[in-house]
Write a protein that binds this ligand. Structure first.
Ligand code: TRP
Ligand code: ZN
Length: 883
């Protein structure tokens, strides 16, 4: 039937007329409006006639009325920019159908029907990288969250679970490999055309559908599960990349083993495929049995990948694999429940990485990410609870709040329950909800029941946004230490007058003279304020609080810097030790940047810091990876967060000055550290990784005090490097200093690695992150470079995310940095709206800045808002940021 001639409904016409007068805001979707879908779709058959420029999709859906929902005379099938070629109901004409916006609404009179829908797509024209798209000659899909509706008309919502059978037909020459979810049940080869049929026995929502067609090669291996089933494992890449897949495969096998041992979760298909794709909006995607990855999280060898890249691969491979249970076997009822799968899966990947390497260092890294990305979100115009209440575009809610704070919230449940009881809780969850589309409430109730906890008040962590501030005051009377705590959850957009939340705090009280404590304790602050008394202290102890970062809160206390120096040197909790070190530096940099300190007290505080770092350098009991953490300076962004009306130029100046003081006063110790580290040959051991971390850290201190001398050392490190960690570290240091070393090394790096896009991304990033005074001019020139393109998200991020995170460039007093990011957003929005919208939050920080910059940032947001045509993604982020 020819759908093009179907008349629009009167309603449809009115909407069209409205749209012509003025572009209207996309509708707000609200969590409390959830209703179950009127229809079930027990089976879905998809037939793909694949081609880069033309793909024809025939979808056959068995539908039946959902007894658990209100009956409806129609079925709404979501579409997004789709053209309907034909539609059949039970093999003939349908009783009625119409287009409502992008959706297809079909009248269905009986209780069960078969729908056949044909659509036609041009994957090569899909620059949004959602739905079916082309990447480097191959075809692949990305359906989460709402990409499936760009392939065919379907109830594209996570609570409609269906069993999929997929047929793929393609010219063998270009697409010798055809993959989809589940198991391959048939393969025909007529010499020219290849036909593959795949069947996934596990019912799933449409967002977990995937297919890949291309000229790919695999690293193949096997894993035997706890019940003795042999699973075939493949990592698919382009010819030539195979040697760089070993670490990904090893990470996958470790993930499978770990999930069996730690959560009792076994894999449930005979095949697990991973495919690496170079054009990808995010890190990776957990499609059932067919994970699709950004190449960045698959490919590694020592020559081209840093230690950080290796860790990232292990973490993301784990993350996607763990989704097989936390996400796929149990999925989300609606997208407001996103943290159900993402928060829990991030926690699972964090615990996995902790177990695979240094647990304290991993914890410090995770807290740094939370503070660097989530705290700013929570204190700005885009703040939302881990379970949001409303959205206009769900892609905007794949945030650090849903992911990383979501993980912290579940980690607190684990802390409150203890490891064993928590495991009982997760077992209860997996048992109870297997095969379902569940809610965060289902998860909390399972943990409550399984672990034997009362989480009534704890549920506030799901509904209240904002980082709680905990004020701490310790006094001493007679033989008692008295700890007074109070909490305040700040107002956030749409939420004020919040209730106190239960905050689990691990603490220890140190005897100042002995340097010891009588044991760590867990206290829970669940009132607005409370007093905790600890008898048995003849003298006032030193308080170590929020050890291990037991709660995602901001601790406010007046602690004398000699106590911080004491904790930095003696605390037996590595995280707390790191924290003391950071507090010492943050406190100084905040007051120095605000101009609160005279010359004399500035020097005294600098001396405290130098002394503390000096003792870290000398402490032989610390591992080098940890030493690197203890010696790291807090980021400029984090310092800015601590100041109202921050002036980035002054913070930059003070921070560089402190680096120079450390570099000068500790030059001898730093150089000794470097010489020791330099002796270790390359390996992936913790020891060798620690040594590499120290080398570049030492260079970054030395270059602040002695640019010439340190440049020479960095140039030597660059030239002699036999691995990317050393080479990139040296180049990073050189990129900040004007001179022949800089030009030579950048040119060498480019020539050495041209043809390797992931390494060329680093080349773009290093220049965009640089402290160089001309960083803005450099970024402008790089945007015109022949290797730059707005079509590839990795390349866009490598230049512009790096730049937007560089306060020195982005916050240039002229406002030029803000204008560049606004230009990028406007230019990228029509090409890749999802990626464009991710740059808006940087400008959304305008309220935190000093008045001059604040006005300049706002001006750019207004310029974007005034654009004639904006995507839903960017529209939502810009209006919320201005609001
Ligand atoms: N579920 C994916 C993950 O966390 C996230 C993801 C991958 C995604 N691609 C996406 C989310 C595209 C939105 C749009 O692992
Ligand atoms: Zn995820």
């Amino acid at each position: 039937m020819d759908i093009a001639r179907t008349p629009s409904t009167p309603d449809g016409n009115i909407e069209m007329a409205d749209a012509a007068v003025e572009p209207k805001a996309p509708p707000e979707i609200r969590r409390e409006d959830y209703t179950p879908f009127a229809w079930l779709v027990p089976t879905t058959r998809l037939d793909f006639a694949l081609g880069l420029e033309k793909t024809r999709v025939t979808a056959t859906l068995e539908v039946e009325r959902n007894p658990a929902a209100d009956a409806s005379p129609t079925i709404r099938l979501n579409g997004d920019g789709l053209e309907l070629v034909s539609l059949k109901c039970d093999g003939g004409d349908c009783a009625g159908h119409m287009m409502d916006g992008d959706d297809l609404v079909v009248t269905l009179e009986g209780d069960s029907h078969t729908l056949e829908i044909v659509t036609e797509l041009d994957p090569s024209a899909n620059s949004q990288l959602m739905g079916l798209y082309a990447s480097g000659g191959m075809l692949c899909t990305q359906c989460e969250a709402e990409g499936f509706r760009r392939i065919t008309f379907f109830p594209d919502r996570p609570d409609v679970l269906s069993t999929y059978t997929v047929t793929m037909r393609a010219p063998k020459k270009d697409f010798p490999v055809l993959l989809s979810n589940g198991n391959r049940v048939r393969m025909d080869d007529d010499g020219e055309l290849l036909t593959a049929e795949w069947h996934d026995p596990w019912p799933k929502p449409s967002y977990l559908f995937a297919l890949v067609a291309g000229d790919l090669v695999a690293r193949t291996d096997h894993f035997t599960t706890m019940s003795g089933r042999v699973v075939e494992l493949n990592v698919w890449v382009r010819d030539g990349d195979l040697e760089r897949t070993e670490h990904a495969m090893e990470s996958l096998k470790r993930s499978m083993k770990w999930d069996e041992e730690t959560f009792g979760r076994e894999y449930d298909l005979d095949l697990f495929n991973i495919v690496a794709v170079s054009d990808f909006n995010m890190g990776a995607m957990e499609n059932k049995g067919l994970n699709v990855f950004n190449t960045k999280y698959v490919l590694a060898d020592p020559e081209t990948a840093t230690d950080g890249d290796y860790d990232g691969i292990e973490g993301v491979i784990g993350h996607e694999y763990f989704h097989n249970w936390s996400g796929n076997r149990i999925t989300c009822r609606d997208w407001f429940q996103l943290s159900l799968k993402e928060g829990f899966t991030v926690l699972r990947d964090q615990l996995f990485s902790q177990d695979m390497g240094s647990a304290p260092v991993k914890r410090i890294e995770d807290v740094r990410v939370l503070r660097g990305a989530q705290f700013p979100e929570d204190s700005g115009p885009l703040a939302h609870p881990i379970r949001p209440d409303s959205y206009r575009e769900i892609s905007n809610f794949y945030t650090a709040t849903v992911y990383n704070k979501g993980a912290e919230v579940i980690r607190m449940m684990k802390t409150l329950a203890g490891d064993e009881a928590f495991r009982q809780g997760t077992d209860t969850y997996f048992d109870r909800h297997d095969g379902e589309a569940a809610t965060c409430e289902d998860f909390v109730r399972s943990i409550e029941d399984g672990a034997g906890l009362d989480l009534t008040q704890f549920r506030l962590w799901y509904s209240q946004a904002g980082t709680p501030k905990v004020s701490v005051n310790l006094t001493h009377h007679g033989d008692e230490a008295i700890l007074e705590l109070s909490q305040n959850v700040p107002d956030t957009p749409g939420q004020s007058g919040k209730k106190p939340m239960p905050i689990p705090l691990k603490i220890a009280l140190f005897d100042r003279d002995e340097g010891t404590h009588a044991g760590e304790q867990l206290i829970v602050l669940d009132k607005a304020s409370d007093t905790f008394r600890f008898p048995g202290f003849a003298t006032k102890p030193v308080l170590s609080i929020n050890r291990g970062f037991s709660a995602p809160v901001s601790i406010q206390r007046d602690i004398p810097s000699d106590e911080l120096v004491f904790l930095a040197a003696t605390d037996d909790d590595p995280f707390a030790r790191y924290e003391a070190m950071q507090d010492l530096m943050v406190a100084y940099l905040v007051s120095a940047s605000k101009g609160d300190l005279d010359e004399e007290s500035r020097e005294a505080k600098q001396a405290d810091i130098v002394r503390a770092i000096g003792s870290v350098i000398d402490d032989e009991a610390i591992e080098d990876l940890m030493r690197g953490e203890l010696m790291s300076m807090p980021s400029q962004t984090y310092i800015m967060e601590q100041i109202d009306e921050a002036d980035p130029a002054r913070i930059f100046e003070r921070r560089e000055e402190l680096k120079a003081v450390i570099g000068r006063k500790l030059a001898h110790g730093l150089r000794q550290l470097y010489q020791r580290a330099e002796k270790l040959p390359y390996s992936r051991s913790a020891e060798a990784k620690g040594a590499r971390k120290l080398k570049t850290l030492v260079l970054s201190y030395l270059v602040a005090s002695d640019p010439q001398g340190a440049s020479a050392l960095a140039a030597k490190q660059y030239e002699n490097a036999d691995n990317m960690t050393d080479r990139q570290g040296a180049l990073m240091v050189l990129t900040g200093v004007d001179g022949v070393e800089r030009t030579g090394a950048l040119l060498d790096f480019y020539n050495r690695y041209r043809g390797n896009p992931l390494v060329i991304d680093k080349w773009f990033s290093l220049q965009a992150m640089s402290m160089h005074p001309q960083v803005i001019e450099h970024v402008k020139a790089l945007a015109e470079h022949e290797d730059f393109t707005l079509k590839n998200p990795n390349r866009v991020r490598s230049l512009y995310m790096a730049f937007a995170a560089n306060p020195h460039g982005f916050h240039a007093e002229s406002g030029e940095g803000y204008r560049m990011i606004a230009d990028l957003i406007l230019g990228l929005d029509p090409i890749n709206a999802q990626t464009a919208a991710r740059f808006v939050p940087a400008l959304g920080r305008w309220r935190k800045m000093e008045p001059g910059r604040s006005a300049l940032m706002r001006e750019q947001l207004e310029r974007i808002a005034a654009a004639p045509k904006l995507s839903r993604d960017t529209f939502e982020q810009v209006t919320r940021s201005l609001g």
